[in-house]
Design a protein around this ligand. Structure first.
Ligand SMILES: [Mn+2]
Length: 455
C-alpha cells in the first residue's frame, strides 16, 4: 500500500521490534497492519495478494521470529501506558486453542481429551480498575505431552506442573513492578490459581499485591478450616451494584454481605502463609437464582468496607480477560489459522494477541476517555475514510473525538445506535474496523488513480 499521511498503529506499537534485521522489523509492522486491518480473515485474505502473503509466511517461519520477539515492542509500549496509572491489575488466565480440525499442524498436543489437538495460552492482560486494557504483558504457551497424558501428576514438583504458569506469570509481574515505582500492580487470578506454592512465593514479594479467588477449604494454623472461619468472620458491611450481564446470565442488582479476616493457612508439611480471606455473599438472591458467593484471598488487609469493596470491584474486572479471549477466538478466529508447525503458529498468535488487545482497547476507550481525539488510536487513513463514508463530506482538519468516531465505526459494523441498543460491543467494532480499512484502501487507490491521470 502507498504511504499515508500519518504513522500506522502497527508502526507505533511494533516499530521498536528488534528481530536482528531492519527489513524483518519493517515486515513485522506491515504484516501486523494487514492482519489487524482484517482481524477475522485468513492470512492470505488479510494480506490481499500472493507476494504479501508469502512475505507474511516467511516472517512467521524465520528462525529469529518467536512469540517473545513479536511481543517485546508491545510490552514496551504497554509499560509506558501503565506508567501513568495509579493502579494496574495484571489479570492472568488460561485458554485452550483447539486445532483438532487441522491435524496437519506439527508440534501440538492433546487438550482435555486425547483426541483433541491444540495448545494452551496463558496471557497476562494489564487492565485499569475501570477495565481499560493497557496491553498483553506475557503469554506463556504450552502443549501437553501425549506420553504422560492422564497420569496422576499430584506428586509432581510444582516446577514440572502446568500450574507453574501462575508462578512464572507472577515473577514476570514482580519484575515489572520493580520498574514502575509509582504504579501499584495487583496480580489477579481466578480459582485455578488457588495454589499453596503460589502464595508461598508471593508472600516473599513486597512489590506486588495479589488477589485470587479461593477454591480449597484449607487448613488453618489454629486447626480449624477456612470455610468455617469465613462464615463467622466479622461483617464489614454491604456492597451493592448492578451485576453486568454475562452470556448465560442477565444483568441484575445485587447486594453482597462482606466478611473478612486475617488468617494463616497452614497445610500439613507446608509453609504457613498469612493472608486476608474475604467473603462476599448475596444473602437474598431472587427466587431461583444462584446467589453470588465469592471467597477471595489477598496479601493486603481489608479492614474497612471501602477496602473490601475495592477488592470486589477489582475481582469483577477480571472478566476483561474473558472478553479478550472472545475477541481472540471469535473476532480474530485464531483457531482457523493454517500454519504447518507450532513454531510458526506461536509468532502468529503473538501478533493476534496484540490485535485483540487493540480491538478491546478501542472499545473501552469509548466509554472512558471522551476527550481523546480519534487519531490517538486510529490511522489517519482509517478515520478519514470512515468520516467520508458516514458524512459524505471531506474529513475535517482536526480529528473528531474518539467516542464519536467509534460510534461511526460501529455503525459500519452493523450497530444501529438506536435508543436502548446500548454502547457498541467488540463485534460491531471489529467488523467496522475491517470495513474502515477497506474504505481507506479504496480511497487511497482512487486518489492515486486521480493523481496519475492529472499528473
Ligand atoms: Mn481460568
Amino acid at each position: 500500500m502507498t504511504e499515508t499521511a500519518g504513522v500506522s498503529w502497527a508502526a507505533v506499537e511494533l516499530g521498536g521490534a528488534n528481530l536482528g534485521d531492519a527489513r524483518l522489523n519493517r515486515r513485522l509492522v506491515r504484516v501486523a497492519e494487514h492482519l489487524g486491518g482484517q482481524p477475522g480473515a485468513s492470512i492470505p485474505v488479510a494480506c490481499g495478494g500472493w507476494a504479501e502473503t508469502q512475505a507474511a509466511y516467511r516472517l512467521l517461519a524465520h528462525e529469529d521470529v518467536d512469540w517473545e520477539a513479536v511481543l517485546t515492542p508491545h510490552w514496551e509500549c504497554s509499560v509506558e501506558r501503565m506508567r501513568g496509572q495509579p493502579v494496574v491489575l495484571c489479570v492472568q488466565d488460561s485458554t485452550e486453542l483447539d486445532y483438532t480440525a487441522q491435524p496437519g499442524i506439527a508440534g501440538l498436543g492433546p487438550l482435555s481429551y486425547l483426541r483433541q489437538h491444540g495448545l494452551y495460552v496463558h496471557p497476562t492482560l494489564a487492565v485499569t480498575p475501570e477495565g481499560v486494557p493497557l496491553g498483553v504483558l506475557d503469554a506463556w504457551m504450552w502443549t501437553r505431552d501425549r506420553d504422560t497424558f492422564g497420569e496422576d501428576k499430584r506428586h509432581w514438583p510444582i516446577e514440572a506442573k502446568e500450574s507453574m504458569r501462575w508462578l512464572e506469570g507472577f515473577e514476570r509481574c514482580a519484575e515489572l513492578a520493580a520498574t514502575l515505582p509509582d504504579t501499584r500492580l495487583v496480580y489477579v487470578a481466578d480459582r485455578e490459581c488457588d495454589i499453596h506454592e503460589f502464595m508461598v512465593r508471593a508472600q516473599r514479594e513486597a512489590g506486588l499485591d495479589w488477589l485470587i479467588r479461593a477454591t480449597h477449604n484449607r487448613c488453618l494454623a489454629e486447626g480449624d478450616k477456612l470455610w468455617d472461619r469465613l462464615a463467622q468472620a466479622p461483617v464489614l458491611g454491604e456492597v451493592s451494584f448492578i451485576l453486568p450481564a454475562r452470556p448465560n446470565r442477565p444483568s441484575r442488582p445485587v447486594v453482597l454481605t462482606v466478611r473478612a479476616e486475617r488468617v494463616t493457612l497452614h497445610p500439613k508439611g507446608g509453609e504457613p502463609v498469612t493472608v486476608t480471606a474475604l467473603r462476599a455473599r448475596e444473602e437474598s438472591p431472587p427466587v431461583g437464582v444462584e446467589p453470588l458467593d465469592w471467597r477471595l484471598l489477598s496479601n493486603r488487609p481489608a479492614d474497612t468496607l471501602t477496602q473490601a469493596a475495592e477488592w470486589i470491584q477489582w475481582y469483577g474486572t477480571r472478566w476483561s480477560i474473558e472478553v479478550f479471549f472472545r475477541i481472540l477466538k471469535t473476532g480474530c478466529r485464531v483457531e482457523a489459522l493454517q500454519l504447518s508447525t507450532l513454531d510458526r503458529l506461536e509468532p502468529a498468535l503473538a501478533l493476534y494477541l496484540i490485535i485483540a488487545w487493540r480491538i478491546q482497547y478501542l472499545t473501552l476507550l469509548r466509554r472512558t476517555t471522551p476527550e481523546l481525539p480519534c487519531d490517538a488510536v486510529l490511522d489517519p487513513a482509517e478515520w478519514q475514510a470512515v468520516y467520508v463514508a458516514i458524512h459524505h463530506q471531506p474529513p475535517p482538519v482536526i480529528p473528531p473525538p474518539l467516542p464519536a468516531m467509534l460510534g461511526w465505526i460501529a455503525r459500519l459494523g452493523g450497530h444501529l445506535g438506536r435508543k436502548g441498543d446500548g454502547p457498541p460491543g467488540p463485534q460491531a467494532l471489529w467488523i467496522g474496523l475491517q470495513r474502515a480499512r477497506d474504505l481507506a484502501w479504496g480511497m487511497q487507490l482512487a486518489s492515486d488513480l486521480h493523481t496519475q491521470s492529472t499528473g
